[in-house]
Structure formats: C-alpha cells, structure tokens
Design a protein. Structure first.
Length: 598
C-alpha cells in the first residue's frame, strides 16, 4: 500500500515531534545530572574553604584566655594601667589576625577590655550576657554563635572561651570570658559571581549569608514560635523580620527549589546551592533544536530526492518521445544530434571544473587572508604583552595598597585603590576583547560597518607599538560613514597599512603617522600617511604584487599589500598608493558607501 504525499508528510511531522521531544528529555536528563555533579563539586570547594576559615580562628580565643594580662584585668578591674595595656594587646592581635573584634567580659557579661576601645562603636562597658556564646563560655565550655552585632549592626561569627585565674585547681570556675568576632561577609561577596543561588543557613533554617540579597535573613520554611522567641531573646538577627523564602514575591524567590546541601561548621550549619533550571532548559532546548535541524535537513533531502526522481521520470518520458521522433529522421540528423549531445556534455564538464576552480581560489584566498592576519598578530604580540603588563603591575600595586588601607581601617583610600584596579581591568578587557575579535577567523558575510570604529579598533591594537617607538599617531574623522562589508577584513587592511607606516618612520628623528576618514562622493575614503622617505619609482610599479617586499629578512613575506588589495577589490573598493607632496607615502583605501548612508 503506497501512502499519499499528504499522509507521508503527516507521518513525518508526527515522527519529528516524537524525536524532538525525546531529544529534549534526554538533553534535560543529561544536563540535570551534569549540573548536579557540578553543583556538588562547587559546594564541596566552598564548604572546605569556609570550614578552613572557621577552624583557623578556633584556637585564637583559647590562646588569648591564657594571657596573664586578661586574668589580671578581670581580677583588678579598677587597675586602669592593666586595662589600657590589655586594650593595646587586643588591638594589636585583632589587626594582625584580621578579625572584626576581640573583647574580654567579666562574669556578669560586662565588657571591660576590647580591641576597639578607641572606636566610636567600642564594646567597652556593654553587657553581652544575653548571647549564647557568653553563657556557654561562662559555664566552662567553648561558646560559638553567629548573629548581627547589637552595637555595630554588622553580622559576625563569635567564638568564646572561659578565662580562669592563674592558680590551677580541679574545681576552679571561670572569672570571665574572652570572645573573638569574625566577619564572613567576604564569602557572600565572592559568591556574587555565581548565577546560582548559594546560601548558608543556621541550624534553625534561617539564611544568614547568601549571594541573593532578597533571601538574606529569610528562612527555608516557617519557623516554630519557640525558634522565633529564641532569636528575639538572643538578638541574633536584630532589626530583621524572619519570613519564609516561599512567602517572598515571585520575582524575589526565583531559583528557589531543588538544591544540594553540605554540612559545615560546628553549629549545625548547612551550605546550600540551587542549580539553575534555566541552564538545564537551555541545554535541553539546544538538544531539541539540533534534532529539529537534523530532521529538517533530512526532510529537505527527502524532498530533493523526490523531486529528482520526478525529473528523472520526466526525462525518461521525454527521451522515449525523442527516440520515437528520431526513428523518423534520417541518419544524418541522428549523427548531428549525437555530436551536439557530446559537445553539450563537454561544455557541462568544463563548467563544473570552472566552478570547482573558482571555489578553490576563494578558499585559498580566505586561507591567505587568515594567514596574513595571524602573521600580523605575531608581530603585534610583544606590544600587546607590554600593554597588558602595565595594568597588571598597577593592579598588583593597588591591590597591595588596598589591603594595607583595609588593615588600617582606611576604607575610603582602599576604595580609591579598588577603583583604580577596576579601571585597569576594564582597559585590559578592552585590549583583550579587541585582540580576540581581530584574531577570530572571519567569514565572507557582509554587514554594516562603522569605519570610525574600525579605525580606532585597529589603532588600539597597535597603540603600544606606536608608543614604544615614539610615533605620534593622529586620527582625523571628518565624516561619520558606514559601508557594507566585513569589519574583520577592513581592520586587517588598516592594521597592515599602519604597520607599514610604522616601519617607514621608526628610524627617523621625527616620527608621525596621520589617519583620516571622509566622504568622497559616493565613496568612503580612508588615508594613511607617514612622514617617511616615500615610495621609490622602481618599487611603486610592484607594490601590490605578491611576495614583493623591500623589508629585511624576517620582517615580512611581501603578502600584506597583495592581500589588502585583494580584500579591497572583493568589497568593490580600491587600494592605491602615492607619494604625498609634503613628503612621505600616502595610501588611500576607498570603499563604496552603503545605500541609505546620510
């Protein structure tokens, strides 16, 4: 039973829907598994990093509890000299250990010495007996707690140890508590580069660190009244109302759902990471799209074969008719028809060979253009390296300065250094982005090209070489013009001309190169002029020939101008050269304006 074309089409569409759906499901499954593994690895790294920081400071309050000055200050609270000496010691340790604060409390919870004794938000005189870490330490056990500071309103991780009198004894009781406050905000800042939500929640399920600001001090689920009362009594998250993330507006709780978790710390904390569903959906969609494209190609191929079969049948019918007519003709006409058929086949064969030759020529030209581009990149490598080393050196210096200022508490000056680092990073990004764009192998597609942007992009790649050789590069943009062409190849021509101009003037005492852009009738005219010796007459007639060069061995193969001229002609333009009346060589690069350019 032979199906009709309409039935075949319906069957094909149904099969395509099934295959595309299956591809989407398989892609989603594999992407989900990959995302799960990636999230677990990322979470393990973050957890180990966080655990190492917490453990790093675990011994600090224990060691400080054996300070004789601490016991003396607790036993002689009216001794101003002892208190002042301990304040200075705690301040020095705090700065060296890079912690938020270190302070000493008596048995009532009153702070008698602190590293921030000279600060407007000093802990001196404040009572922290309501904090769990104090109650644990005064009971003889290490105390640990995370919460928002009741004085500074800055969150931190508190570690406390009991302080005993110097006399040892089996039944001795603590005479005070020493506590260290550690800031963990750097972790949440480092997580901001991740597009996936990362949370650190306490044993009650309250989020206290996150790269999602709207989730901060929310809970994974509704909290029991007893848990809310405990938070209120300890002022753990003072100034914040704890609500479940699920109760937040839809836009703010985006990404909340399935997650991977890992325990961290000694307080029952959980580190959570929520893999991005959008990434899984994107990959699954790509799988489905790939399947759709393959099916589309298969369908087009099938239609092509069907049409070809129809044409073959038509040809067979025509041949039979011609054969029938040929039987009625005389032998001479039959011979003539045979000769014409042979001639037609020979012409078709020659035409096919001609098309193949043309294709090979175009392919060879593309390879040659890319080779020229890579050669220029090799010549520019030293300059670009020098250009990147300067901002790298600046970033290193400003980073060291910022650390010093932060250690001194000079936040404004540290911010200025960070701004300098950001500016240097932006410049490096601009240079690297331009270099990547130029190095990328460009296809033959054409688009609207802003010539001013191409000129400035080319100058940027050679800026370091020009500065290193003391060459003054002047750019004059007289008109804003656009052409229809390939931006990568236009920039390749401009860079080649600029490098030739650089070579022409780099040995002169006065070194200048001028670049201009203007409208000339229905064309855009770019000129590159140098103040060199000009073009000798015997060189001018061979200037655009392949492998002709006047440069010394190792500085060029003589392909740059030949490739540039070929690129200009391919875009219906023209590259020409002459000696300027004021001295030096002048190259003109002319391209037709695009339709609609004002």
């Amino acid at each position: 039973m032979v199906l009709s074309k309409r039935s075949q089409l319906i069957a094909f569409l149904l099969l395509a829907i099934v295959i595309v759906g299956a591809a989407y499901l398989v892609g989603a499954r594999q992407a989900g598994a990959s995302a799960q593994e990636s999230s677990e690895r990322q979470l393990q790294i973050i957890a180990l990093d966080l655990q190492s920081v917490l453990e790093r400071y675990e011994a600090l309050p224990f060691a400080l509890s054996f300070q004789a000055d601490a016991a003396q200050a607790l036993q002689q609270q009216d001794n101003a000299a002892a208190i002042e000496r301990l304040n200075l010691i705690l301040g020095a340790v705090q700065r060296q250990a890079k912690v938020a604060a270190i302070y000493l409390m008596d048995t009532s919870g009153k702070t008698i010495a602190a590293s921030n004794w000279d600060n407007a938000q000093s802990y001196i005189g404040l009572n922290f007996s309501f904090r769990p870490y104090f109650r644990d330490a005064i009971g003889g056990q290490p105390g640990r707690f995370y919460g928002i500071g009741s004085t500074t309103r800055e969150p931190g991780y508190f570690i406390a140890q009991p302080v005993y009198a110097s006399a040892a004894g089996a039944a001795r009781s603590p005479i005070g508590v020493i506590a260290v406050k550690i800031s963990l905000l750097e972790f949440s800042r480092s997580w901001s580069s991740s597009e996936e939500p990362i949370l650190l929640v306490d044993s009650g399920g309250v989020v206290f660190l996150s790269n999602q600001p709207s989730w901060q001090y929310s809970s994974l689920g509704p909290l029991a009244p007893a848990a809310l009362q405990k938070i209120a009594e300890t002022l753990q998250y003072v100034g914040n109302t704890i609500v479940p993330i699920a109760a937040l507006p839809k836009a703010q709780r985006k990404g909340f759902g399935d997650h991977v978790a890992r325990p961290v710390g000694r307080l029952g904390w959980q580190l959570l990471l929520f893999p991005s569903d959008e990434r899984v959906q994107r990959i699954a969609t790509l799988w489905a799209l790939a399947a759709f494209l393959l099916l589309t190609i298969a369908g087009i191929s099938f239609l092509g074969l069907d049409q070809r079969r129809g044409r073959l049948q038509e040809r067979l019918a025509a041949r039979r008719a011609l054969q029938q007519a040929a039987d009625d003709l005389d032998h001479r006409i039959s011979l003539r028809t045979a000769e014409l058929t042979v001639a037609n086949q020979e012409i078709e064969s020659k035409y096919i060979k001609l098309k193949e030759t043309e294709k090979q020529l175009r392919s060879t030209q593309d390879v040659l253009v890319q080779a020229g581009k890579l050669a220029m990149l090799g010549q520019m490598a030293a300059g670009v390296t020098h250009e990147l080393n300067q901002p790298l050196t600046a970033i290193r210096a400003f980073s060291d300065n910022a650390q010093t200022f932060l250690a001194r508490g000079q936040v404004d000056k540290a911010g200025e250094n960070l701004a300098h680092i950001s500016a240097a990073s932006c410049r490096m990004g601009t240079i690297i982005g331009q270099l990547k764009g130029f190095a990328r192998k460009s296809d033959a597609d054409v688009a609207m090209v802003d010539l001013e942007r191409s000129i400035r992009a080319s100058a940027l790649l050679l800026e370091s070489d020009f500065k290193r050789h003391g060459i003054d590069l002047q750019i004059a943009i007289q008109d804003q013009v656009h052409v229809l062409g390939n931006a990568g190849r236009i920039e390749q021509v401009l860079i080649n001309l600029l490098r030739n101009a650089q070579d022409a003037v780099e040995a002169l005492p006065q070194r200048s190169v001028w670049v201009s852009l203007r409208r000339d009738g229905d064309s855009a005219l770019m000129t590159i002029r140098d103040c060199g010796a000009g073009i000798p007459d015997e060189v001018a007639q061979h200037l655009f020939e392949a492998f002709f060069t006047t440069k010394s061995y190792g500085k060029g193969l003589g392909l740059g101008l030949a490739i540039s001229s070929s690129i200009a002609q391919a875009m219906n333009g023209r590259l020409a050269a002459r000696n300027h009346e004021d001295g030096g060589a002048e190259f003109t690069f002319r391209l037709p304006l695009s339709l609609g350019t004002a």
